[in-house]
Design a protein around this ligand. Sequence first.
Ligand code: CP3
Length: 344
Amino acid sequence: MTAMTDKPLLQVLSGQTLARPPVWLMRQAGRYLPEYRAVRAQQPDFIAFCLNPEAACEVTMQPIRRYGFDAAIVFADILLLPYGLGQKVWFEAGEGPKLDPITLSDLGRLSQERARDVLSPVCDTLTRLRAALPAETTLIGFAGSPWTVATYMIEGGGSKDRFKARAMAWNDPAGFDALMDLLADATISYLADQVKAGADVVKLFDSWADSLPDPLFDRVVIRPTKRIVDGLRAQGITAPVIGFPRGAGPQAVRYAAQTGVTALALDHGMDTQWAASALPKTLPIQGQLDPAVLHAGGAALDREVDRLLSAWAGRPYVFNLGHGINLETPPDNVTRLMARLRQG
Ligand code: CP3
């Protein structure tokens, strides 16, 4: 990427090292903010909320106004894709997502054309954001990775160890690969539309990439992720892709080398010293602050911020959490984090 940019996050994703790393937080729009809760109270149906460009644009902007993060991530959800494909998806208060579970014989009923249509309001939100954001703020689009999305589709919601999904992948490799391909292809079209609507960067959330034996990791994480990156590039989409294979451990090295992602988001459980030596020095890295230390705040937070800044100093690094912000995090702790990052 040779284009000049004034956006610090894009500079880092193009391989530059900045003395003060850009910062944004996973799930930065959400229930820890009173202004989010006020909008949410008017939007009882979470999916309708995500598909309401005016409301979604407003809550995406809230953390930007409050903290001045270097990036805004469009307010949406990874489970909009199965919803768009035609699966029944709903959110019950306090219980998280619920889906009417599918089997591999249901694939014929999932429609990529329908998904494109149903998800078009997310693109409208991005277009509004493009106009509303400060010029230096990067706009991030996203999708779930096929494996993580499939675990919800198969299990019917969140699950302790994704046993049913793993068993299905071992039991019917060809059928499961077809599901991965279908989800990857729908994701390519969804992310390409997001970039055309104004996203500067896209992120792939593989939140359940942990606890997979090597052959499954290669089949359900690496192969579909590579298919998405290759598919975007084949359409002429040059936007950076941030991959987040949460919990991948040492498998993240193979993920970084083989998928073609531009940058790697690391969780807080990844050994920092090891990762810094095992991953290429030119690969942009994002993340690692424990959401629990942000929740705790105080001197422990300052020390963790300093540890990460020094561990990743001298390489392209984006400050972020290792997973989404906890909903009980005091908003003032985020103010403290920003002050620490911007000092000096
Ligand atoms: O600010 C942002 O980061 C953008 C919006 C965003 C949401 N979900 C909004 C949301 C993003 C990037 C996501 C990603 C997402 N959604 C992931 C991957 C990241 C991760 O955390 O691992 C996953 C696994 C989901 C699925 C999902 N959506 C779950 C499990 C839940 C329930 C848990 C919870 O936090 O309530 C959701 C709901 C959800 N998505 C909320 C938000 C703000 C809370 C809904 C509410 O307001 O009641």
